[in-house]
Design a protein around this ligand. Structure first.
Ligand code: ACK
Length: 989
């Protein structure tokens, strides 16, 4: 290429030339990039070119190599000297050509092959041209023509060739340019050759129309020089420029280096070299040369060129959903809603909806409605109801709702929502659960105000607790001298929200706490408030001192009179009223009485006439108000029935009725009714509630609330492995809360066991069985001890078995056994071991192993309850708080005792945890179960892996010397636990 003329195009030219070699795709060759201006072969008739002189060139008809008729010109005056024969073409219009090409096809006779022509014969001819703006007709001037070139033949023919009829055809092409005038002539000058012009073709080159990268480039005539023409393309229909499309047209009529491109519009795809509308059922939402996509599931389009597909009926697309996602719908309702009620809070737990609507963004919203009795429509809950973690947008399937009103019906609507729920309000579904909250103690008093202070009195008032959880019966005001540090204190009761503390020392600081009482018992105490009486020197005016003097003397007279009256009445009535819980003012010296809390339990035995105790604590019911439906079980004194109680002006209630069988002795009647005397003193959501007694007609009956699910042990056995950890902990929390109440009342149960816990339809557990003789006779589990007396050995603490030391701490031991029973779904503690073996094993430090899948924290709690030293066992208050923590943090239940390292002790004392550790290696385990004979026996057995252990049967154990039935079962059960544990961790040999 000759690129000299201009520097910039030169560089571009070189660059593109090299580029087109490296990357042939950059070179766009069009097959027909030559535009003919003249083609002698195309003419069928005479060409009419001018010959000068007329005997020079001759026009002759012939055929070409394909035998197509053509017109040719010949001259062959080789015998004569000074030949100058001209042949001139007709005028050829230039059109847009800037440079023309002349292609000649001719034959030429070899002069050597013609005898006697030496000196005159030539083997070349001249090609010339003349540019004019118009056709000059037949006017011909030789000198006006410019020579293009002398044309010589590459191959000339001889006489022999003629004989063989082989004519050697030469093709020569010459460029002429730049041409500028409107047209031109060509001329062929013969100076004595023997030549035949077979064809003459005149053409120019052009880059033809092309569509490239969705841009069209028009016909473009190249430059005459060697520079390139830059051409801008225009985007085809339904497309947009992404980057301006450009190409270069070379002098050879070739397109070079496409740059930039166009993109099909949305709704159009590239097909061939055009943009075509998407077919029905397809869409294209993006600009670009991607293909149209099929409509995603649950969407459609019936027209062409769709940008996106519309959703089918009842299917939707959320705002942020791209058109490529399927249309979706709101989820179905959550399933299997369960509620665990805990006083005034409830844990709601549910399963995922069956149909998530095809979306992953499912969350849950819980709506709380308060349903008042008699009102058909429930109202929205108060705003201060607390949801944990929140009420809306829940990602987990559980929520805790707190701060509800006590003893109130609530409905919770749990709705599963997804990104399209808002778009389909009519399709939204929810699951509803209705609950009734339990009784709950009032919250603490928080605001106390000092109204008046004198030398020996202080008047105070306070605001009702924020959450009374019922009608406040009265307030207990406890106060003491700050210096005395609670060793001696005074308690006052007040019906209203104010009190005057009198008889105080002058100029002294007092600390004071208030707590409210409702039917559910006392609430927590307020924090301690400090008040000071006025100093001795406090001066009062003479008038006021007189008033004070009168007041004091009249008060003294009234007090004297009251004391006299009290003594007289006390003589007459003679009963031990001092034990009555409703005493107005109590004074405890030196702290040797129990700390004031909930009312003190009164042992009915202390009443000389037991029937008086019954009527003190239990309501006498008219037998006509009771309808017995069916017998549900048998008790020590007679049948237990279910029935209904309808009291005047009250709604009918389901009740359980314990009857005293006919032919009872006086003692039996007393013992039977003693249970009612005890039960009647309790008022707590986790203690079975006494409705009343029938003593004035026969049969004698004790009527209690009805517990739909019966006793806990059989209930758990019936529903083996069907509850979540939270549900089990909820039940345990209820039992612990009931026991806390009993221990606060100073009542020791002595027979706490799952069989003595009753379960209602809401899974609320309540402590029952309070008979006085029950522990001795009623309980089939009770066995005679060596010291005489019947004791339920497996549930009873060692000190109670050995020397009858029954305390709340021994109840805590029993609670540990109940905990084990619950977590093993009603398994019998110590299996079939005999009572004697149990006593021995426990005394040697043996403890029950963790039930299958038992959370480590709960197993630790069991171990703590089974501490040998009773003072180290947890108090029920602590147990309740541990369980509350677990409920608040259900994740902690996931670590099971069978698989985890030993958990940190929940209580301060660690000594018991040395006794049993969770299962680790086989050696640890043998140490842990502390069945020494077994361990020794095992050390003689060879085992290489845990695989053999699950096959170990009781029989096998007998063979190796483990003969006690309990440990055998224990070992087999522990092996099973170990087997699941060892799936990951091999047991060392
Ligand atoms: O396990 P259960 O069905 O529940 O069988 C025993 C049976 O009476 C003998 O005690 C059932 N039972 C006792 N008190 C009640 C009660 N308040 N509500 C329902 N069932 C009760 C207990």
């Amino acid at each position: 290429m000759d690129c000299k003329p201009r520097a910039k195009p030169l560089l571009l030219c070189i660059f593109l030339f090299i580029l087109s070699f490296i990357c042939p795709a950059l070179l766009i060759i069009h097959p027909s990039n030559e535009v003919n201006l003249l083609d002698s072969k195309a003419s069928q008739g005479e060409l009419g070119w001018i010959s000068y002189p007329s005997h020079g060139w001759e026009e002759i008809s012939g055929v070409d190599e394909h035998y197509t008729p053509i017109r040719t010109f010949q001259v062959c005056n080789v015998m004569e000297y000074s030949q100058n024969n001209w042949l001139r073409t007709n005028w050829i219009p230039r059109q847009s050509a800037k440079k023309i090409y002349v292609e000649l096809k001719f034959t030429l006779r070899d002069c050597n092959s013609i005898p006697l022509v030496l000196g005159t014969c030539k083997e070349t001819f001249n090609l010339l041209y003349l540019e004019t703006d118009e056709d000059q007709g037949s006017r011909f001037r030789e000198h006006q023509f410019s020579k293009i070139d002398t044309i010589a033949a590459d191959e000339s023919f001889t006489q022999m060739d003629l004989g063989d009829r082989i004519l050697k055809l030469n093709t020569e092409v010459r460029e002429v340019g730049p041409v500028t005038k409107k047209g031109f002539y060509l001329a062929f000058q013969d100076v004595g050759a023997c030549v035949a012009l077979v064809s003459v073709r005149v053409y120019f080159k052009m880059c033809p129309f092309i569509v490239r990268n969705l841009a069209s480039f028009p016909d473009t005539v190249p430059m005459d020089s060697h520079s390139l023409v830059e051409v801008k393309g225009s985007c085809v229909n339904h497309s947009k420029e992404q980057e301006p499309p450009r190409m270069y047209c070379s002098t050879e009529g070739e397109w070079l280096v496409p740059i930039g491109k166009c993109l099909c519009n949305v709704g159009y795809e590239e097909r061939g070299s055009s943009c075509q509308a998407c077919r029905a059922g397809f869409y294209k939402s993006l600009l670009g040369n991607v293909q149209c996509s099929k409509c995603p599931p649950h969407s459609f389009t019936h027209h062409e060129g769709a940008l996106h597909c519309g959703c089918e009926k009842n299917y939707f697309r959320a705002d942020g959903d791209p058109p490529s996602t399927a249309c979706t719908r709101p989820p179905s309702a959550p399933r299997n809603v369960i509620s665990v009620i805990n006083e005034t809070s409830v844990i709601l737990d549910w399963s995922w909806p069956e149909d998530t609507g095809g979306r992953k963004d499912v969350t849950f919203t819980v709506l709380c409605k308060l349903c008042r009795p008699g009102q058909r429509v429930c109202e929205a809950c108060r705003s201060n109801v607390r949801f944990l973690p929140r009420a809306a947008g829940l990602q987990n399937t559980t929520v805790t709702v707190g701060d509800l009103l006590a003893h109130t019906n609530y409905t919770f609507e749990i709705e599963a929502q997804n990104g399209v729920s808002q778009l389909a309000p009519t399709m939204r579904q929810y699951a509803a659960v209705t609950i009734t909250t339990n009784q709950a103690a009032p919250s603490p008093v928080t605001v106390i105000r000092k109204d008046r202070t004198s030398r020996n009195s202080i008047s105070l008032s306070w605001l009702e607790p924020e959450r009374p959880n019922g009608i406040i019966l009265d307030y207990e005001v406890k106060y003491y001298e700050k210096q005395e540090q609670e060793t001696s204190y005074t308690i006052l009761r007040s019906k209203g929200c104010n009190v005057t503390l009198s008889g105080l020392k002058a100029d002294t600081s007092y600390l004071l706490q208030i707590r409210a009482r409702t039917a559910a018992g006392y609430g927590a105490s307020s924090r301690s408030f400090e008040f000071e009486t006025s100093p001795d020197s406090f001066s009062i005016s003479s008038e006021s001192s007189q008033v004070v003097l009168i007041a004091i003397s009249s008060a003294a007279a009234i007090i004297l009179l009251t004391v006299l009256l009290y003594i007289v009445i006390g003589r007459f009535c003679g009963y031990r009223r001092s034990k009555h819980p409703d005493e107005k003012r109590l004074h405890f010296g030196n702290g040797h009485l129990r700390l004031p809390g909930i009312r003190t339990y009164v042992d009915p035995h202390t009443y000389e006439d037991p029937s008086q105790a019954v009527h003190e604590f239990a309501k006498e019911l008219d037998a006509s108000c009771i309808a017995i439906d069916k017998v549900v079980g048998a008790g020590e004194f007679g049948e237990v029935c279910s029935g209904r109680l309808r009291l005047p002006s009250k709604k009918e209630n389901c009740v359980a009725i314990k009857t005293l069988k006919a032919g009872y002795t006086d003692k039996q009647r007393r013992d039977f009714l003693s249970e009612a005397s005890i039960m009647g003193q309790f008022d707590h959501p986790n203690i079975i509630r006494l409705e009343g007694v029938v003593t004035r007609s026969k049969p004698v009956m004790i009527v209690t609330e009805y517990m739909e699910n019966g006793s806990l042990d059989s209930f758990l056995r019936k529903h083996d492995a069907q509850f979540t950890g939270i549900q089990l902990v909820g039940m345990l929390r209820g039992i612990a809360s009931g026991m806390k109440y009993l221990s606060d009342m100073g009542y020791v149960h002595r027979d706490l066991a799952a069989r003595n816990i009753l379960v209602n339809s809401n899974l609320v557990c309540k402590v029952s069985d309070f008979g006085l003789s029950r522990v001795l006779e009623d309980d089939p589990e009770a066995a005679y001890t060596t010291r005489g007396g019947k004791i339920p050995i497996r549930w009873t603490a060692p000190e109670a078995i050995s020397y009858r030391k029954f305390t709340s701490a021994s109840d805590a031991w029993s609670y540990g056994i109940v905990l084990w029973e619950v977590m093993s779904y009603g398994e019998r503690p110590y299996w079939e071991m005999s009572n004697q073996d149990v006593i021995k094993a426990v005394d040697e430090g043996y403890r029950l192993p963790p039930p299958m899948d038992c959370p480590a924290t709960l197993y630790q709690l069991m171990l703590d309850c089974w501490q040998k030293e009773r003072n180290n066992r947890p108090k029920f208050e602590q147990i309740v708080s541990i369980l509350d923590k677990l409920i608040r943090n259900p994740g902690s239940l996931k670590i099971t005792a069978n698989t985890s390292p030993r958990p940190a002790n929940l209580l301060l004392d660690r000594s018991s945890s040395e006794v049993v550790q969770s299962l680790g290696t086989m050696g640890d385990w043998l140490d842990n179960v502390r069945t020494l004979p077994c361990k020794e026996a095992f050390s003689g057995v060879s085992y290489s892996s845990c695989d053999t252990l699950p096959k170990t049967s009781a029989e096998d154990l007998k063979k190796v010397g483990v003969t006690i039935v309990g440990p055998q079962k224990n070992i087999v059960s522990s092996i099973k636990a170990l087997e699941s544990h060892s799936k990951n961790a091999p047991v060392p040999v």
